[in-house]
Design a protein around this ligand. Sequence first.
Ligand code: HMN
Length: 293
Amino acid sequence: PGGLARLYAALPTPFDAQEGFAETCQRSLARFVLRQGIDGLYVGGSTGESLMQSVEERREGLRVVADEARGQAKLIGHVGAISTRDAVALARACAEAGYDAVSAIPPIYFPHGKDAITGYYRDIVEAAQGLPLVIYNIPAMSSVSFSLAELDRLLAIPGVIGIKQTSIDMYQMEQLRRRYPGTLLLNGYDEVFLAGMVSGANGGIGSTYNVMGGRYRRMQQALAAGQVEEAMRLQSACNEVIDLLVQAGVFPGLKFMLHHMGVIASPRTRAPLLPVAEQFHAPLRQTADTLMA
Ligand code: HMN
């Protein structure tokens, strides 16, 4: 999986006070993340609030980030949608905008059979015009759980090169690595980044890389150098921040911090996501200040 094995920040989509796309802030945010030594961007995923956006908005967001970061970062565009038609339109947009790969959650809400899901992924690969596809496995949110046998089927689709594994089940990560030695596995939950890497992941995709990218980069380096205690120390430092974000609401909390850091003009998330509750304002500000120091 060579070229695609690395750290990808799952990029938020900045909005203005009316919940409209804030293009300038999107560009500043991409640059802010790259300055932290993160050279992969995962665009239009959960963190990007993509499922609260129209296809047209998502296409525009994908285009703007590619325009800002193409050539400086590996780009994975998330195209998953409730209909194949929408996912396919977004996959085409990624191919046109110069993405390196596409990724997709399974189709959600309706309990589709495995043939329907396989067909969805096949159609996305075809629309992606040669871009490889990374399956986005996130059972806690998609309500779709894949058995290893089902993943066999999806990984057998030509063009599918790996899995973004968003699960704290490290046994399954190890099983995947053992079963598919050459497949790209990207860790999805930042709080278990180190555990994921030790269990066989090639890298990770995470929302909290946006505000502490350097820590994940150093964790990866420490692990590669065999400095396990240093890597553990860094994971704990990350998890102190993640504990707070999880309580405050991860996506609104991240935007709150990025706003406080001066990276984006408004902390607004799209309803029904709620703004951060008052009680978390001071701790989030303090944490943001510490990370910027
Ligand atoms: C995305 O689709 O935006 C990211 O891939 C999501 C990423 O894996 C995050 N997962 C979820 O939010 C479900 C994590 O970074 C997560 O936010 C973090 O581990 C805190 O729980």
